[in-house]
Design a protein around this ligand. Structure first.
Ligand code: ZN
Ligand code: ZN
Ligand code: FE
Length: 756
């Protein structure tokens, strides 16, 4: 055939809706002189292109190389077709087929782009317009109520475009062409400030008043992309003290927003990988090593800070006025409750504590917290996967169609499956909180509607009392129960597209084991369908049951008793000397008589015990505080470790005795912390080598909440690699219970496949 002008149909799958993809295609088509159409389909984007084959190939290459930053192209194919003649290239209206098997991706929210920041200063109708956005940036998931992604199905519906915005929206060469939330000063939503019955609507008066309030050490509530934040000056001790008082039950370190990257660099150390992450369009909170002290109380004694840069136009406009270079920006909620998204709730919750509320009248439909990440090894690792990541899907090698997994109970996320994609929810939180459980149920319904999932199987943890498990049973759907730590390993495997037998190390807080005990220091051989427990850290009785997570001293008493018997009471170490002897005797009786003293091999508990023994965390004020403090004090450059014994199980008494000896010899807590961590690394490498010798497995997968411990993760990965292992750790999916739903859905898919 001669190289004549044929017509081709190009099908692009991936995250290509709501990210400026169609206008991008249009501009490319004009550049290449291609005639035809582009439109959104439920399964991606469909292009009809009339052009010579050689041009078509260049066109497709350009699509792949130049696509908008938030777009993710998973698949491109093309075929020639018969069709009518074209005289131009145009974008045609969204077609939607509810019966389509394919998945429509919904774009996560995108931090404001540089061009829009420029427009704030140059476009007359958009001067300092605090909700400026374009096809490359702005809200997406947070404002979407239904698909297809069109303005009428978002919370922008109440704001009809003015003539000027409409011109931009319909001009294919404009950056706002088909930008659904497009708006300006004359037609868009606007900000307001409320203070003691006073209302201000003028933007400059708002930022002036805000500046005054912040300078005078007040706390204000301010609406972000996915919910309200509480904000105050991060340099002022008085302001931070006030903030601590407001969040009184929440002793977690506060995140801080810096004016810009230069200011950030004065306070924190960061390398190129961390800098790229903090400047990325996702604008996550990044945990960094602190260089210069912020106001006391922000980090609550930790050497790390959670830093974030401005991501909404208002943040930039606010810093133009603010005198301080850095503000505390913590989520607007009482601890454990979901982030608040409307003014009334914010007023009800915080009236007495805050000086003002700053909000805008575009509703948030789907709430999202800021995402949190840290660098581990050479890559970044998400700890909380929420704003700007959810609801991006994870591609699976096998079908997860119409499977729904409900996740764990703490740090909950859930997942819905369509075709070969698992769509993870945003961070939901602790389901034991009633408000959070409502949030879970509401979001679960929304995800099923949005992604058109008709669940045929529901997956939950084997723990019968998890509220997520109870929810699953309540649906009446066929249930698959998945062991907690198997789900952890499967989660990390799915992230890395592994579908084979691997060595799995799960270092975790808790999770119900198959023997009825609490697991969490586990070495498994696992594939996606099944697992075998090879060995584990020795069980520790937990006198008081659930109480121990808030009172690590109990677990410390338990490990001392296990290692020394009652003789430990005479020990000359500060931890023992401060104990209430009567209470301790009572606890020993509980342990001996097995009253409310469940057995746990959880790594989190061993960390709790050592942290308490070292005098770091007698009681714990927030989830995982004790392990975090133990990691935080590690003295750099300490290479020593303690001797250990592995029989059928990994004994802990020799480790505890070695730590006590160090304490008696006045060895620094920093050195003890390092030796303890190093010991865990050595044990793990040794167990992996034994398993490799027996089973010829060489891939090691790391999962569980304890691998949020950067030192432990990095040192273990390094040592395993030296021994020739291939190691996989979490990057895109949290290693904590936020990743459980992904593991559950993968395992269920494999079990169903086997059953067929
Ligand atoms: Zn923009
Ligand atoms: Zn307008
Ligand atoms: Fe877990």
């Amino acid at each position: 055939m001669t190289e004549s002008k044929l017509t081709y149909q190009i099908h692009i799958k991936g995250l290509v809706q709501g990210v400026g993809f169609r206008p991008f295609i249009y501009r490319l088509a004009i550049r290449f002189g291609i005639l035809g159409t582009v439109d959104n389909r439920a399964d991606g984007v469909l292009i009809i292109a009339k052009c010579p084959l050689i041009i078509l190939k260049k066109f497709i290459l350009a699509i792949q190389n130049e696509s908008p930053k938030a777009a993710v192209i998973d698949h491109v194919d093309f075929q020639d077709i018969q069709t009518n003649a074209f005289t131009d290239f145009r974008i045609v209206k969204s077609q939607d087929n509810p019966n389509s098997k394919e998945v429509t991706e919904i774009s996560p929210d995108i931090g404001v782009c540089d061009e829009c920041l420029g427009d704030l200063k140059t476009q007359t109708h958009r001067i300092d317009y605090p909700l400026t956005n374009c096809t490359h940036c702005g809200p997406r998931f947070t404002i979407i109520k239904a698909l297809p992604y069109d303005r009428d199905l978002t919370t922008m519906k109440p704001f009809p475009m003015c003539e000027q915005c409409k011109k931009e929206y319909t001009n294919v060469l404009d950056r706002r062409f088909h930008a659904q939330p497009v708006a300006c000063n004359s037609c868009g939503p606007h900000y307001s400030l409320w203070e003691n019955g006073r209302e201000i609507h003028d933007l400059h008066k708002i930022t002036n008043r805000l500046t005054k309030l912040i300078t005078l050490d007040n706390v204000v509530a301010i609406k972000g992309m996915g919910g309200f934040h509480l904000m105050c000056d991060a340099i002022s001790k008085k302001a931070v003290k006030k903030m601590r008082h407001i969040k009184n039950r929440d002793a977690k370190p506060f995140a801080v927003m810096f004016r810009n990257i230069e200011c950030l660099k004065q306070y924190a150390e960061l390398d190129q990988i961390e800098e790229d992450a903090i400047l990325s369009w996702q604008r996550p909170i990044v945990l960094l090593k602190q260089k210069k002290q912020l106001a006391k109380g922000i980090t609550n004694g930790f050497f790390k800070i959670g830093a974030i840069l401005p991501y909404m136009p208002f943040h930039y406009l606010m810093f133009e006025q603010l005198q301080t270079d850095v503000v505390v920006l913590t989520s607007g909620n009482r601890s454990d409750e979901p982030i608040i998204i409307n003014e009334i709730e914010i007023f009800n919750e915080f009236t007495k504590d805050i000086a003002a509320v700053i909000s805008y009248n575009r509703a948030i439909h789907n709430r999202v917290d800021d995402s949190v990440m840290q660098k581990v090894g050479d890559g970044m690792q998400l700890i909380r996967r929420s704003r700007s990541y959810a609801p991006q899907s994870i591609v699976t090698k096998y079908s997860v169609d119409n499977i729904v997994s409900v996740g764990a109970e703490l740090l909950n996320t859930f997942a819905v499956g369509r075709a070969h994609r698992a769509i993870l929810s945003q961070h939901i939180g602790d389901l034991k909180n009633a408000e959070t459980l409502n949030f879970f149920e509401e979001s679960m319904g929304r995800f099923q509607d949005l992604f058109r999932v008709n669940p045929t199987t529901i997956v939950c943890d084997t723990h019968p009392d998890y509220l997520s498990s109870k929810f699953a049973r309540g649906t009446g759907l066929p249930i698959i129960e998945v062991q907690h730590h198997h789900a952890h390993i499967a989660s990390c495997m799915t992230e890395h597209s592994l579908d084979e037998k691997v060595i799995g190390i799960v270092f975790d807080g808790t999770g119900l084991g198959d023997d009825g005990n609490i697991w969490g220091g586990e070495f498994l051989i696992a594939d996606l369908a099944s697992f075998r427990r090879i060995t584990h850290f020795d069980y520790i009785p937990l006198p008081g049951g659930d109480k121990v997570t808030k009172e690590p001293w109990r677990t410390a008493v338990s490990v001392l008793y296990k290692s020394y018997g009652e003789a430990f009471m005479e020990m000359d170490i500060p931890f023992v000397k401060q104990l209430d002897k009567a209470k301790v005797h009572f606890m020993i009786q509980m342990i001996d008589k097995k009253i409310n003293s469940p057995l746990s091999s959880g790594m989190g508990r061993l960390f709790d015990a050592v942290s308490a023994l070292c005098g770091l965390t007698y009681n714990s004020a927030f989830h995982a505080e004790a392990p975090m403090r133990l990691e935080d004090v590690i003295e750099e450059g300490v290479n020593g470790s303690y001797s250990f014994e592995i029989e059928e199980i990994i004994r802990i008494d020799s480790i505890i005795k070695a730590i006590v000896n160090d304490l008696l010899a006045n060895v620094s807590v920093g050195a003890i912390a390092a030796r303890f961590h190093n010991t865990l690394v050595k044990i793990s490498v040794s167990v992996c080598k034994q398993i490799r010798n027996k089973e010829s497995l060489n891939k090691v997968v790391l999962s569980g909440g304890s691998f949020q411990n950067k030192y432990l993760s990095e040192h273990l990965m390094e040592e395993l690699k030296i021994e020739g292992f291939t190691v996989f750790n979490h990057q895109k999916i949290p290693s904590n219970d936020g990743g459980i739903s992904l593991g559950q859905i993968a395992i269920a898919s494999k079990i169903l496949e086997k059953d067929k």
